[in-house]
Design a protein. Sequence first.
Length: 404
Amino acid sequence: MIDLTLTQEDRELIKNIRFLGEKFMRPLGIEYDAKGEPVPPDHPFFKMLAQIGYQERVAGMGREMDDLKDEKGKKERTSARRAVLIGEETSYWDRGVAVALPGPGLAGPPLMLIGTPEQKEKYLSIFRDRENPHWGAFAMTEPGAGSDVARIKTRCVKKGDRWILNGEKAFCSNADRADFVVVWATVDPKLGRAGHRAFIVEKGTPGFKVTKIEKKMGLSAYASCSLVLEDCEVPEENLLGGEKAYEGKEGFKTAMKSFNATRPTIAAMAIGIARAAYDYTKNFVKENYMLSRPIPRYHKIKEDMARVRRYIEVGKLLCWKAAWKADMGIVNIVEASQAKAFCPFVAQEAVSLCLDVLGDAGVQNDHYVEKLYRDVKALDIVEGTGQIQRVIIARRLFDFPSEE
């Protein structure tokens, strides 16, 4: 049975994030949104996070340091549930800054799922550093391959004891500062899913470079990077999981497993943004409407705010169920896609309703909801668009083959 009770450790975690969020994350998000550029990697806030062990804590979830024992002595993983909690709470304060925070990022789940013990130790141990911040990054999307990851064209060719990578990647978060990037490539595009391989490419590897930091409509606080790999040589031990991880169509299945692990967190981030819009608007209504005089549309305002609250609560339940199944080792393809399809969609609707309630004030950029309106859209696109999620759900409901 799903237990929605927060542990004492959960409550302490949320309390700490709220302190950091109010004091640092939201002000930084507003500042760098106005500048239209990412928070630099040498910002004192990131160094402070390293010193207090934040990045070690996040990487620790990947190493399953947070596992608990139930009454029967069976191990109960809590990493996915904890990731959902962190995703929602950090995005409540600022989603752009949340993505920019030091840690393994989206490289963590594939490392955790299929990385060899040696790879996990080598690449997750850097986050134990209590002096300097570190980042990991994940590169799947290409200029011609977004949600349809089976269409990736970045090539990998085995040459002796090394792999040679050639291709381009797009919208890779934090790649400009990452110590390593998990890069997906194919041995042959004609093989489709069976040809997929993932490699750990370290910073400074010859032939690997960041070519551009994209300008976005929102979420300016973190860097979305374009990458180029030109005859980039990677040692065979950096093939994520080793050769056995890619027998048959296992390479594509591995990619999908990592998405199913991270999609509930992305969905929870959308709910965090919806909560931020709700709280800001509720306080605005109390201060500007309720304390002055009744207004003709007050009944409509109450209806809209009640609807936003329903969206938030339903979305949180979807995220928690998907995360719970992931932690229990139960296939969560449908639940992960339901959360990812529903939460960003209703978060956009929620923020739009809050703008309606604010009226003319809502479109002024000195009101926080205007920023949230620009930030929330990206969450419907990353980690598989809402349309793709609905296709996945339909296939499972009606047992359609993937070719359909």
